[in-house]
Design a protein around this ligand. Sequence first.
Ligand code: MLT
Length: 266
Amino acid sequence: MHLMVDGLKLYYVDCGPRSGPTVVLIHGFPLSSDMWASQIRALKGAYRVVALDLRGQGRSDVGDGQFTLEFLVDDLIALLDKLKIERAILCGLSMGGYVSLRAIERHTNRVSALVLCDTKSEADTNEGKVSRAASIKAIKKEGMRAFGTSFLESAFSKTSLSNSALVNTASRIISRNKPLGLCGTLLALAGRTDTTPFLPKIQVPTLILVGEADKITPPELSRRMHTSIANSQLQFVTNAGHLSNMENPTEFNACLLSFLNANVRY
Ligand code: MLT
């Protein structure tokens, strides 16, 4: 299905019962909603599940490649408006978590619960910005496949890297992206705001999930968010790095479902 925003076609999946609460899955960089395949299967019996390909990635249009994280939040709200979803549970991984945190900061009443996976509230440091610049150069020079391989080497745990089916699935999702879209997304990530000061104001049920071997957004960053968000729950996903939902879907889904079943009212 597609949503039109600013003349761009944005792709999304919408499944599960229309009457139940809605979980919106927001993917990480440099992937697409395809990374949520296992969660969609696990949730769609009881929840309406919406998964969007963010502007510039997956099957969504790239446009001129110039956008900021604010555009990604605007696109998400436009999708909720189109689907007439008043309030949703936002579940975002890494970049998806950045979008979720900024969405609740700007549109507090549209969010009924948060699931923050392998993410953080801090903006990029100077070092982080320099590394974005290097990634843009690498994508332009070496292309998507090489960039995908080096990304997965730091994203996946050692165990996951030895699982060739998993590596192939993730590589396929990454290499469907277009260089212009990913470079635009890297600039948007480098320019995003810091949502840390907003954390103590979050009042909705919040689950924080992190792969115990996450090197990109290490568990320590999740612990900090847990300390700042009142009544939040923190769970570690074993045998998983940065893409914990793909690396250990059984444990990830069990944590997610138990949080939703306990905290989200019909
Ligand atoms: C992601 O997984 O979304 C990215 O690693 C986030 C980032 O680069 O900051």
